[in-house]
Design a protein around this ligand. Structure first.
Ligand code: GDP
Ligand code: MG
Length: 618
């Protein structure tokens, strides 16, 4: 049997997870030095451009315990007594994102492994997602290997960070490995700790009574391949599977013939057999994306096996409506969403229609970055032009007849005389901040609706502030503002804590006297004027000039609360229609026709997609 160790790297965003993965891949010779790139596991263009990890990424490595006794892990303090010098291991690593919007990627990764490297940035200390992800890993009962990173950085505070981590885990500071993922210093110690401290997969329960367990594989991620169909990323919990064998999906009930099995290098590498304890992929041959779901169990068609527990589906936190700019593209959008869902299990969508915009979808997300990433992926990977509404949280509205409805799009909020009360989602907000920025952070919080809960000290100079706040207050730009008032040192995490009554109104935005549904927003009554003003001011900078003057207005219940004017365009643009060659003229006319269609949707003024995307951004 192979000596397997399955683990993931968890941390706050930017702590150096992907960089540590680079060093591990180098050390184990998984990727040749000349093919090495920084953060090589960040394979999506968007990840590379933005320098952040969005998706979990598994990779398999081979590792031989060094023969040299002197290389024994100093940090773990454990000798190799139970392991053989020179022993070979198969290591399955999963790199994870650190941003709170992608936490579902982390929790799914944790269910596939026995241990986690908890990476803490020595220049920042313990941060909000350090704690949030640690708690997730502890709930799974994983072995934690604490590692302090960036010891090479001039502003690293190594002893303080080590102290804080030791305190957090109630362990001795000597048990914490100090590394530079950048230079590679001490990284070998991490590999040694992985094989020494993380247990191999345990099948004793599975194979009890001398029986060989049936094949069971938990799907933790997937993607779509035109030839291989849905490729399921799995952790095998029992038995073994060969390509060509018939499989069945537990929940969906679909069955199929396995096209191929293999592992991640990180590219897909075909293998004969995928067996218990391993992390790998199963090319299912299934071409209908919706049939393969993350959290489902793959079993053999002719075996009976209990499905694995799977995952709790994440609750979408923010919603936005997506309409194809060209209404003929509805089916393309539908298809694109089904495929995106395979690579982004946290994405939620349901069909919706609007008198002004036609057929579209309401999408649910974990946060604003998630919305931005999905909008961008729909544009890039699927070539879709979309009208995107202003994001909203989910409200609970009690109608006059006592019926309670959930509102996930501002334009759906009925007129105030139709309902009795409206409740909004509340979050428990934790902010971790070094002492010196405490004042600045408290000032910032005082600018939003908040209810103070408590303050506690994580270490001498690291404070955790806890509040209850309406989620709508923190979902948009609060994170960026927090970063800016604390020079990047404060971090935050939040979790839902019910709904609460609010004095809320619907703010409508009118362009040339026509309400533009996607821009409607539900806001606290006392903020209606300032939010309305901010929206029309921003719209003025992004709506292209027209041949006529355009009035931008914000209104509450028919009463105008803010106004801006866009003056008419001076130049006569139609002039150049008559100059060029005939094909260009045709193209322009074609464009104009399409533009008119869009105008139908949004009134007299043509609002290009870029305006909707711009309005999403801060
Ligand atoms: P992740 O978000 O946790 O995956 O972090 P990345 O691996 O993308 O790294 C974030 C940033 O920290 C990048 O600019 C890295 O070059 C930098 N970084 C990572 N490890 C180290 C380190 O050991 N020392 C220094 N000085 N910088 C590091
Ligand atoms: Mg990363």
């Amino acid at each position: 049997m192979k000596d397997i160790r399955n683990f993931c790297i968890i941390a706050h965003i930017d702590a150096g997870k992907s960089t540590l993965a680079d060093r591990l891949l180098e050390l184990t010779g998984t990727i040749e030095r000349r093919k090495m790139q920084d953060q090589i596991l960040d394979q999506m263009d968007l990840e590379r451009e933005r320098g952040i990890t969005i998706k979990l990424q598994p990779v398999r490595m081979k590792y031989k315990l060094p023969k040299d006794e002197s290389l024994k892990s100093k940090a773990s303090g454990i000798s190799h007594s139970t392991l053989d010098i020179g022993q070979d291991f198969v290591l399955n690593l999963i790199d994870t994102p650190g941003h709170v919007d992608f936490t579902y990627e982390v929790s799914r990764s944790l269910a596939a492994v026995e241990g986690a490297i908890l990476l803490v940035d020595a220049t920042k200390g313990v941060q909000a997602q350090t704690l949030a992800n640690l708690h997730l890993a502890q709930k799974q009962g994983l072995v934690i290997i604490p590692v302090v990173n960036k010891i090479d950085a001039p502003n690293a505070r190594v002893p303080e960070t080590v102290q804080a981590v030791a305190h957090l885990l109630s362990i001795a500071p000597e048990g914490i490995i100090k590394i530079s993922a950048k230079s590679g210093e001490n990284v070998e110690q991490v590999l040694q700790a992985v094989v020494e401290k993380i247990p191999p997969p345990d099948f004793s329960a599975e194979n009890s009574g001398g029986q060989v367990a049936p094949f069971r594989a938990l799907i933790f991620d997937s993607n779509f391949d035109a030839y291989k169909g849905v490729v399921a990323f799995v952790r095998v919990f029992g038995g073994a599977l060969k390509s060509g064998e018939k499989i069945k999906l537990g929940m969906a009930g679909a069955s199929s013939e396995t096209i191929e099995v293999g592992y991640f290098a990180p590219r897909l590498v075909k293998e004969k057999l995928l067996s218990a304890g391993e992390i790998g992929y199963i090319a299912t041959g299934i071409k209908t994306p919706g049939l393969v779901k993350v959290g489902d169990t793959i079993v053999k068609a002719y075996e009976t096996a209990q499905p694995l527990p799977g995952y709790q589906e994440p609750e979408p936190m923010v919603f936005a409506s997506f309409y194809p700019e060209d209404s003929d593209n509805f089916d393309e959008l539908k298809d694109a969403l089904a495929k995106l869902k395979l690579t982004d299990a946290a994405l939620f969508f349901e069909p919706e229609s609007s008198p002004a915009l036609g057929r579209g979808f309401r999408l649910g997300f974990l946060g604003m970055l998630h919305i931005e990433i999905i909008s961008e992926r729909l544009r890039r990977e699927f070539n879709l032009n979309l009208i995107i509404s202003s994001p909203t949280v989910e409200y609970e509205v009690t109608l006059n007849n006592g019926e309670i409805t959930k509102i996930r799009s501002a334009s759906q909020l009925p007129d105030p005389n139709m309902w009795k009360e409206i409740k909004e989602p509340i979050s428990r907000l934790d902010i971790i901040v070094p002492n010196e920025y405490l004042g600045a952070v408290m000032n910032l919080v005082s600018e939003i609706r908040n209810q103070y809960i408590q303050t506690d000290y994580l270490s001498k100079d690291l404070v955790r502030l806890t509040y209850e706040v309406p989620f709508a207050e923190i979902v948009t730009d609060f994170y960026d503002r927090l970063k800016s008032v604390s020079s990047g040192y404060a971090s935050m995490s939040y979790e839902p804590s019910g709904h609460r009554l609010g004095d809320l109104v619907r703010l409508d935005i009118l362009i040339a006297d026509e309400p533009v549904e996607p821009f409607s927003k539900i806001v606290p009554r006392e903020q209606a004027v300032s939010v309305g003003r901010a929206i029309v001011t921003k719209l003025k900078t992004v709506v292209p000039k027209q041949l006529f003057a355009v009035v931008l207005q914000a209104a509450v219940g028919g009463k105008i609360v803010a106004r801006e004017d866009i003056s008419a365009m001076r130049k006569d643009v139609t002039g150049y229609l008559y100059g060029g060659d005939i094909t260009r003229k045709k193209k322009l006319l074609e464009k104009q026709k399409r533009g008119k269609e869009r105008m139908k949707a949004t009134g007299r003024v043509n609002i290009p997609q870029s305006v909707f995307l711009e309005m999403l951004k801060k």
